[in-house]
Ligand binder design. Structure first.
Ligand code: KDG
Length: 339
């Protein structure tokens, strides 16, 4: 029989052929290099998760797939990197779902404040049918969504006063995520929301173009917001997921085995990342207190008042985002609560 030489076909932007076994005439072995960029720092749980992912991919592929990691918005902010995935000039990014609402508006349901009481409720929704439904909307945008990681529960910092009750939001200029739900919810509370990419937040706080911002504790610590903010209010007002994205252009050129490696590694690294994030969330509260930022709690009854104020905003959005989808999300949460 004649010798059939199969060469691996290069579908990805950064695939290179390596010389195979010279003497034996073995098929050339392909090495793929994937560029993966995130907005947060290397020491943040998101950064640690990405490094874990890179290790797993290298291991599982026997070294034929390599992940080059870029932290702290070195490749640009969440939207810039997501657009680079669409055009195929970057392979991986892990943004908050919020700025993606400009592409898939339904992600706005994850911007609803006060939906989840704890991380387990968030996991159930994200890893269940609602989370999957949203991932399935990504391919038509040129994106593949593999799984969700955790950004986490957001808390407010500002330079003016402790925020404990709804009236304390009055007139505060707050940087928000680039999401209509966030913008309108903060407006309803009486604040002046200013959406901007994460990479601009520190200088905006430092230069006082905004009074405050809101993010999970590990981010407030890792990005040193305590240096330019006086008050930290434990509002825990919303849970933000990260979504693990791969360029569809790149993905479509991979073999099923290669796709499986990325899929499995993203989920495995995601478990690790969620654990790290939860540990860090506790640790960061202690660290932030010792840095001298003034911390206040929010009483359950004041949280409920805030929830009442934003309710009409959410009802309005539900009409646009899909009442069935919103109901499904709340039903899933109630299931976890045993209701
Ligand atoms: O890569 C993720 C970060 O860029 C960003 O999503 C963090 O929650 C965040 C924010 O406030 O923008």
């Amino acid at each position: 029989p004649s010798l059939l030489v199969v060469s691996a076909c290069g579908g990805g932007g950064s695939a290179t052929q390596e010389a195979g076994g010279q003497a034996g005439g073995a098929p050339a072995k392909q090495t793929r290099t994937l560029k993966a960029g995130i907005g947060l720092n290397e020491d943040h749980p998101q950064g640690q998760g990405l490094k874990k992912f890179a290790e797993l991919v290298e291991q599982k592929s026997g070294g034929s797939m390599k992940v080059q990691t870029y932290f702290a918005a070195q490749l640009g902010d969440d939207l810039k990197m997501t657009n680079a995935l669409k055009s195929g000039t970057q392979e991986i990014t892990i943004p908050s779902t919020s700025p993606l609402t400009s592409m898939v508006k339904e992600f706005g349901v994850f911007d609803y404040p006060f939906v989840f009481n704890n991380e387990q409720e968030a996991d159930a929704v994200l890893d269940g049918p609602v989370g999957k439904k949203l991932l399935d909307m990504l391919p038509q945008q040129g994106l593949i969504g593999l799984t969700y990681w955790e950004n986490g529960f957001r808390n407010l910092t500002n330079s003016k006063r402790p925020v404990a009750a709804p009236e304390d939001f009055q007139g505060l200029k707050i940087r928000t995520l680039q999401s209509k739900v966030h913008i309108e919810a903060f407006s309803a509370l009486g604040a002046n929301p200013t959406p901007m990419p994460f990479s601009e937040v520190f200088s905006a706080l430092e230069g006082k173009t905004v009074d405050g911002q809101e993010n999970p504790l590990p981010t407030i610590e890792s990005n040193k917001f305590y240096e330019v903010q006086k008050y930290l209010s434990l509002t825990n007002h919303v849970y933000t997921p990260f979504v693990f994205l791969v360029s569809k252009k790149f993905w479509d050129g991979l073999t099923p085995d290669e796709q499986k490696i990325l899929q499995e590694a993203s989920i495995e690294a995601g478990k690790f990342q969620r654990e790290k994030n939860r540990e860090q969330n506790k640790q960061s509260l202690e660290n932030l207190k010792s840095k001298g930022i003034e911390v206040n709690e929010v009483k359950p009854e004041d949280r409920e008042k805030m929830q009442e104020i934003v309710k009409p905003v959410l009802d309005k959005f539900s009409k646009d985002l899909g009442e069935a989808l919103v109901k499904e999300m709340y039903d899933e949460v109630n299931k976890v609560r045993g209701k």
